[in-house]
Design a protein around this ligand. Sequence first.
Ligand code: NAD
Length: 520
Amino acid sequence: MSEKTVIPAQAQLVVIGAGPGGYTAAFKAAELGLQVTVIDPEANPGGVCLHRGCIPSKALLHVAKVVNEAEESAAIGVTFGKPKIDVDKVRAWKDEVVGKLTGGLGMKVEHKKLTYVRGMAQFTDAGTLLVTASDGTEGEMKFEQAILATGSRPIMLPGLDGGSDLIFDSTGALDLVDVPPTLLVVGGGYIGLELGSAYQAMGSKVSVVEMTNGLLPGCDRDLVSVLKRRLDVKFESILLNTKVAGLKEMKSGVQVTLEDKKGEQTQQKFAKVLVAIGRRPNTENLGLENTGVLLDEKGFVKVDGQRRTAEKNIFAIGDIAGEPMLAHKAYGEAAVAAEAAAGRKAVYDPRAIPAVVFTDPEIAWCGITETEARAAKRKVKTAKLPWRGVGRTLTLGREDGITKLIIDPETERVLLGYDWPGNIRQLESAVERAVHLSEDGVLLPVHFDIGDVTPVSDDRPFLKNTVNRTLEEIVEEVESRTIADIFASTGGNIRQTAKELGVSRPTIYRKLRKYGMIDH
Ligand code: NAD
């Protein structure tokens, strides 16, 4: 018989939840000399991200990438047979990836001599936890400081809280029980589009229903339109301004009632339904009511710049401490909270947090979006650099891509860059350091150059000479070259040029006149 869990009676620092926030904070605090206890229901650290979120979905997205590339290569003269998906093997491989990563973290826990209790914790007051181990053992633990990192969980449609075999959330979709012939994805956000893309590539006919008037609300529309053009081809349908008014499980699928903006209802049947309509913080069942910890109006734990809650010895980090619910935001907060817990001076104050949607094409951004700027009535200038003119993107079949910079017209500082994920760290650095284009001849050219794909070359000489030039000059040069390239390639067709650049005809007329490419 296995031994009962020993619950330590005392902890200098207890970390509740061992996802990216929790394990990062725990390791950092241990390195800083604190005696750390971690409590989490899983056998190994990893949280949603590693066990049933980012990592398994990235594994499935890799499968999708392989399938898509094989399919697309027919257009360049390389034809493969129709892919055969061995679902059991894909699932086993995905589980192996998860096992390796979480197992590695388990070993790190031992190596760093942390105390790891598999179980759940509840505050009985601001210095005491009631810990219930997974084997049923209960014990009281006194702590000096605590870091709350309990993450978030998917929101389900009303009345469907537990989900079922046919109607599931991201966890159910990532279990990859099978590849259903038809799949309805409810919610056109990060999860819906990533997992919808993975299932489509593995063979499901995927439809998406999105309540608002566009996919990925919050992301700039010109970027989303590049993605939507491709998804329109891959998915069976993308229904915007539509919500699910009813779901009825049948023997062989789910009868779904869809309701459009006018209130008109239609019914369709799908083999399975994935609900991906957002996530909510895990603040329940923690006994927070027995402490002075406060929640904000959205249900997140209120924290200060060090991630201290209203109870000064209790910190909160990651999804439970506010949006964006992204693992790398949790890493940043974790480092600050651990340092503050160890008595060091630290503050969490990022200018911009990068975000990447791992669809095909991927969209990556960092900073304030044009949409957010306009909503806040903040004046911004944009520089849009279509990839069409860059040789390497043509060889990759990615000429529909765009790099976009949002710039403060007063200070000429970069506020946001959209680019591809490989480049997002540089963009983050540009936004964080409030890079001034005319002062920084090295960093931004990398962006204009769409990162590691195209070396700075003689056909883009402006890239070599950005020092001491104003932003206006650089942007105009990039813009005029791009427009000239596209205008020439369309044989001087103004309507086509406007379409390729994703701008209106009056805009392109104005620009062509400005750059002396037409005289009227
Ligand atoms: P989301 O907020 O990205 O998207 C939810 C979508 O569902 C929205 O477009 C919303 O308008 C729509 N919606 C809400 N209620 C609806 C309804 N009743 N019917 C139809 N549509 C409805 O949320 P998500 O996709 O569930 O992801 C949750 C969070 O997880 C994200 O905000 C993100 O922080 C994180 N995440 C990140 C990544 C990544 O970094 N690549 C990947 C997956 C998830």
